[in-house]
Design a binder for this molecule. Sequence first.
Ligand SMILES: [Zn+2]
Length: 288
Amino acid sequence: MLDAICTFDEENPKTYSIFEFKLLPEAEIDKLRYLLLCPVCKQKAYFRRASKDGKQACFGSRYHDLDCEEFNPSARKTEEEKQIAEVEQIVLEAGSLVIDFSKKIPLNKGNQKPVLDAQKTPLEGREYSTKDAVKKDLPVNENEPKVSKQGLAKLLTSLLRGSSLAISDLWIYTSETHKWRAKNLFVNIADAQPTENGAPRMYWGTISHADKTLNWLNPAEDRSVGLPISKYREQLLERFDINTASDVEGAGFILFGKCVLSKDKKRKYIYLWGNDLQYIYLSKAAEA
Ligand SMILES: [Zn+2]
């Protein structure tokens, strides 16, 4: 994406080319990068700086409408469409869904191709009958015969593309004993609020940028929200192959965690549940 619309001045949105945007002073970039839109479908966009390993600065969007011409008909798009269709099918047909936190995290390295079928484990996308569920100690409810099992990666793709999962009544199991209606569990980061009893939610969104020391991830959707990652920083950087702050710009994220207000109540922090890496997934932005 070579252009993005900036709505900093709502009356007069300005279209920036990547070439002019990347030359703006850093403070200006940090102010404007929250307010970028795809020039075609007008969905939320991000800016990613040039990286040391040679990737050019770029604009992108994780929220492109599926028919947006800026969303190239790439392997990534095809794979995303397949994942979305699969989740929609579950929403329509399954009684419940078990989140498989142990599912192998597909590595999302710089030049690696998007996650394709070859990396799927045999369990993925498989539907369990009630009988299977008993055998595997999965949650069972006689009125809910179909239990599907999915990892965070696919759920995130589906949420980013506006699937009906976010507003669905589907039962979602986050453990064998905890279930939630999907619409009560999944919260876009723009709507994050501390819950009354401190209960966790599954927060999702995109990363605008990280601080230079990579101790904070700043969601693009709401600049008053921050993800403090210092408690699990090293593991996170290693698992998702993050070397510099620019590696996370434009990344999609989903995490099971708790929303807490800062002391002055001006900021909200999302703490990862138990600082346990299985509860977070990052999907780095595709190459420009
Ligand atoms: Zn678009």
